[in-house]
Design a protein around this ligand. Sequence first.
Ligand code: HC1
Ligand code: SF4
Ligand code: SF4
Length: 568
Amino acid sequence: LIHLKINNMPVTVKKGTKILEAARMLHIDIPHLCYHPDQKIKARCRICSVEVVGKRRLLAACSTECWEGMEVYTDTQVVRDTQRGILQLIMADHEENCLTCPRNGNCVLQDLCSRFNVLKPKIPHVSKPQPKFGNNPSLLHDPEKCVKCGRCIRACKDIQGIEVLGFAGRSTDIHITTPFNDEFNNTQCVLCGQCSLACPVGALVEKDDTERVLDAIFDPDKIVIVQTAPSVRVALGDAFGLPKGSIVTKKMVTALRMIGFDKVFDTNYGADLTITEEANELIERIKSGQKMPMATSCCPGWVNYVEKHYPDLLDHLSTTKSPMQIFSAITKTHYAQQKHIDPKKIFTVAVMPCIAKKYEITRPEMGRDGYQDTDAVITTRGLIKLIKYIGIDFNNLPESEFDNPMGEATGAAAIFGTTGGVMEAALRTTYEWLTGKEMQNVEYTPVRGFDGIKEAEINIDGKKIRIAVAHTLKNAKVIMDKIRAGECEYDFFEVMACPGGCLGGGGQPVDTTMAVNKKRMEALYTIDKNTKYRKSHENPYLKKLYAEFLEKPGSKIAHELLHTHYHA
Ligand code: HC1
Ligand code: SF4
Ligand code: SF4
């Protein structure tokens, strides 16, 4: 253990602890911009500079390890002048239009300028107009708002292993851009949005669809139906100061009704359908031995990755659509027929933790008769905006239930939001269908937790099924390279592009970290435990849907509505 003093207050820390972390133990927040708890430390911005007795220069608190007897001061005149000087320099190179910035009110730079009273620029402006990139449905890059912290670069490279973003230029011309300054569409980008989650300011943001949703709500000719993804309900509370991992499903449903949605349904119902179709597909592939191993396909970041990086292996993706798209296809066909509504009058909105989902809904195969199945995706951040816009006192809301029939779902669907969840849900159904026996213990722990790649072998009636689960595309790459080399022994594998799965999605609240994700994961397993039915094929509304409309898993109509194809 190491003993030191910060601002004359003693603190004891483990060897290797950085000054920034030690200060936190004393409830002191040393300002930081380029530091992110889940990333490699670069000490680029130096805003965390502190004075250390015996050192002539200021040291970066994010990267300097504490030593025995160290004496640190975080609030001297020199430190404050340095911090203010750095902020002045950043502001001289920053488009100052905070009022029109999507991160207004939620921006680390804005907070720091306010905290250090840097209200008027003292250094002449050096920033030059730069082109914005955003010719895609998901992601917008505005280099004039960039603070050059490099967090987006590290997210893309270290989480996804993709390296779309990088530094270019020198001195005042230094900027972050894509290869050849190209639009994201033309690069290897998969629109996962991890860069936007890492960005502390408004330089990389999602495309905002909240206005379009409000327009539909205000349109008297539209019936606006909303569905909410499994992992939104365990993250939304963050924005209202609730403990991380709070389960706010029922308050969320009330808030959605107050915003004006005509029906509030659950993506989890779609997830149960995805599992029944996917389990059936897996069993068919196991029996035929074709296109093995089969991979899950509900994550559009992952699908984009296979299309762009491994087009030769597209056959491995399950053809089953994602829960969101299955949900919307049923809404605009069977549900519309049952309720005698012209599907063209229905406007379907999905609340997702994801920005790649904004792209997924625009794929030409995701609709029929000239309309899209899902009309708009808003992220968890978008929903927070709408709740604040309406002026809803979220924490004091009464609780309410989803509408039915598409609001009823199983525990298997709930865990889709965490890495390993889709696999566990699929196994619950596959096991019962292959053996005809009831699965006693539905909790399959080998696929739980945040290890990068989890592998297991299950014995189903004497047949060994080899499975794997990966989260982040850097880990997925390991599996894909093995398949390409003909060295992969799996039968079935799950990939979710974001760290921890959707609960760490690119559209989640901006203070998402792996520590927060762990709480969200525990919350999803709690929902599963407390749900009446825990296997997708036991969802009573789903059984009815197959009896009335879809006939059986893998039927012709199920293929037409619930399955898709991919393009190289
Ligand atoms: Fe997901 Fe999925 S789990 S992809 O993460 O399969 O976005 O939460 O809605 O579609 O169900 C996201 C989450 C989500 C789909 C489901
Ligand atoms: Fe990289 Fe994902 Fe950002 Fe694209 S969206 S630049 S793949 S982190
Ligand atoms: Fe979207 Fe979830 Fe995939 Fe991330 S893991 S890209 S949030 S679907």
